[in-house]
Design a protein around this ligand. Structure first.
Ligand code: G3P
Length: 226
């Protein structure tokens, strides 16, 4: 499972890349709005930082298929041909996915709440589909189970489309989907930090250090002890 960062602030992305094995960045219009800056300025900064080959997912906002196609062309021109175009899986979005695939774009079907949306987007040629775990839960359905079903649905139908699970509220949800071997998960900075944060680990490390200093002296490590 690839781990991606669902974020638009470059300083946050830098901080997480420094520690976590992130393989890309995903954004959506709301994430870009939070930066308060011109979208292409923000996205070019992200692209320059993560590199030409890394995955960058950028969403279109137009209502018609023609608008979405034009947006996808501008996005690819500005940010590289390998930028994934996020397209909401609704009526116009479905038509747009087909047009974009004819245009040789990489496409992520997004705003996925149901298994059928995922199936249809995959049949239309989407490279990824992004089901929203937490938002599905908030509708009274089971987000994790929906993602598992979509993963199975793709395998059972010989579809090469990958799942890019999104909208997580905690690290347990990420872990559970990692166990299933889904294609990718994109997580917020907060959830990413929680994948590693563990007081028991901090305490164990602190005891090791204290014991060692008791043996060799304050501040001593394996580089400068006897
Ligand atoms: O990019 C879509 C998805 O990540 C939204 O997440 O946390 O706003 O539900 P969230």
């Amino acid at each position: 499972m690839k781990l991606m960062i669902d974020e638009g602030q470059i300083q946050v992305i830098r901080r997480l890349y420094d520690v976590f094995p992130a393989e890309g960045v995903t954004t959506n219009p709301s994430i870009l709005a939070k930066t308060g800056r011109p979208p292409y300025e923000v996205l070019k900064e992200i692209r320059a930082f993560i590199g030409k080959e890394a995955q960058l997912h950028v969403q279109v906002t137009g209502e018609s298929r023609e608008e979405m196609l034009e947006e996808s062309r501008r996005i690819r021109r500005e940010l590289g041909e390998n930028t994934f175009i996020k397209v909401p899986v609704n009526r116009e979005g479905m038509a747009a996915i087909r047009l974009m695939k004819q245009d040789k774009a990489l496409v992520t079907g997004t705003a996925v709440y149901t298994r059928m949306q995922a199936y249809l987007a995959a049949q239309a040629g989407a490279d990824y589909v992004a089901p929203y775990v937490n938002r599905i839960d908030n509708l009274g359905a089971d987000g994790i189970q929906t993602v598992k079903d979509i993963h199975a649905l793709f395998r059972n139908n010989g579809l090469s489309t990958q799942v890019l699970a999104a909208s997580f509220k905690n690290s347990q949800q990420v872990q559970e989907l990692c166990l299933c071997g889904i294609g990718a998960a994109t997580v917020s900075a907060d959830v990413m930090e929680r994948l590693l944060k563990n007081d028991a680990v901090d305490m164990a490390v602190s005891v090791f250090r204290k014991d060692f200093e008791g043996l060799c002296g304050q501040g001593k490590t394996m580089k400068d002890c006897g």
